[in-house]
Design a binder for this molecule. Structure first.
Ligand code: NAD
Ligand code: WQD
Length: 342
């Protein structure tokens, strides 16, 4: 049984971290959010407070600084960690690989070190479906091979999983679950928190909403000549609130000693694949807005199609995504309208 205490949410003002903080608080957990604000804003804390009625404890520092990490654990009773903090832009990671390796691996190592020192024994880690590359079989199961990563970012997720696996093997007192997210989209239904991409978005949904809002003149659809029914790529889009809820459940699996081994990993998707063109269609139907888009060449590095087999997550975690593509699109649009109005 893991020691109780506060839940440390690293990257807690980020997109997925903030939604998870809300679910944790609403489930009765005391949280501490840590973030260096390299890719998020302090105002996210106000959104969390408005939704939950309580302002979470927040510490601003860089998790690569071991002395600060140690100080945090010495000054607070932290029972468990949900580790979201990382740099996540695939393209940028190709330009600045060392920055990605350093930030994503050092922050993780610092946390595992304090766990090894006995200061906490539970970690839920943000991994990614990127570890599968283009799988041979769809839907992709957790036992599909992890293939050489397409980008330094993807490699940090593979190496992180290996580091955690080895750390858990060497120290049976520490417990971890890696969650392999598919494509998280959407926002909290309150539109008080959501995704805040800085600059030009890399990901599809913020690009769609910004185009519909007139922030971007047009959306470029990268390729319609793939071997898919409509020629565009297929992804497993998952609502960020469903994803956030899965973190609370994964944490409880560790805290209640329900794990089958002290390192486990699960796919988190809906189990349904939607093409880029289907997603655009869903967005137009839900919002009544016509999207200005054109088909352009394929984007280098994109895989053709992937969606999750969620059987193990369904059975072991007792978790299933509940929100569909309509809720994903309507909440993303409501959030876009909210931030555009600020
Ligand atoms: P995000 O950028 O919104 O959140 C990450 C947060 O971590 C940011 O607020 C950033 O300021 C903070 N951060 C980064 N490095 C830090 C450091 N060294 N010290 C302290 N804070 C730091 O990203 P997100 O979409 O919420 O992603 C969360 C996690 O999920 C990441 O690990 C990401 O790789 C992973 N993931 C994301 C997606 C996705 O599509 N969003 C998919 C799969 C996996
Ligand atoms: C989705 C689809 C694009 C933008 C990335 C990371 C992955 C994971 C999730 C963290 C693709 C198409 C996109 C645009 C488009 N992140 N697209 N026009 O590439 O599936 O995954 O985020 O772990 O590691 O690689 O997501 O949202 O960028 O793209 O046509 O302007 O939308 O080609 O088919 P992706 P995405």
């Amino acid at each position: 049984m893991s020691n109780q205490g506060k839940v440390l949410v690293t990257g807690g003002t980020g997109y997925i971290g903030s939604h998870t903080a809300v679910e944790l608080i609403q489930s009765g957990y005391e949280v501490i959010l840590v973030d260096n604000l390299s890719n998020s804003e302090l105002s996210v804390l106000d959104g969390i407070e408005k939704i939950t009625g309580s302002k979470p404890q927040f510490e601003q520092f860089d998790l690569c600084e071991k002395d600060k990490v140690s100080k945090l654990f010495n000054e607070n009773e932290i029972g468990s960690i949900i580790h979201f903090a990382a740099s996540k832009a695939v393209g940028e990671s190709v330009e600045k690989p060392l920055l990605y390796y350093k930030n994503n691996l050092l922050s993780l190592m610092n946390l595992l070190e304090v766990m090894n020192e006995g200061k906490s024994d539970a970690m839920v880690f943000s991994s990614s479906c990127t570890v599968y590359g283009q799988p041979d079989k769809l839907p992709v199961t957790e036992d599909a091979p992890v293939v050489p990563a397409e980008s330094p970012y993807g490699n940090t997720k593979q190496v992180s999983e290996e580091i955690i696996r080895d750390a858990c093997k060497a120290n049976e007192k520490i417990n971890a679950i890696a969650l392999r997210y598919f494509n998280p989209v959407g926002a909290h239904e309150s539109a008080l928190i959501g995704e805040l991409p800085s600059g030009v978005p890399n990901n599809l949904v913020p690009f769609i909403t910004q185009t519909a809002a007139g922030v971007r003149p047009e959306l470029r659809v990268f390729g319609n000549d793939y071997n898919t029914p409509d020629g565009s790529c297929i992804r497993d889009f998952i609502h960020v609130v469903d994803l956030a809820k899965a973190h609370v459940i994964a944490l409880e699996r560790i805290l209640e000693s329900k794990q089958k081994s002290n390192f486990e990993f699960f796919n988190l998707g809906t189990g349904n694949g939607y093409s880029v063109l289907q997603l655009i269609d869903a967005f137009e139907k839900v919002t009544g807005k016509k999207l200005n888009y054109k088909i352009v060449d394929r984007r280098p590095g994109d895989i053709e199609q992937i969606w999750a087999d969620t059987t193990i997550a369904n059975q072991e975690l007792g978790w299933k995504a509940e929100l569909g593509i309509e809720e994903m699109m309507s909440s993303a649009w409501k959030w876009q309208e909210k931030i555009a109005g600020k």
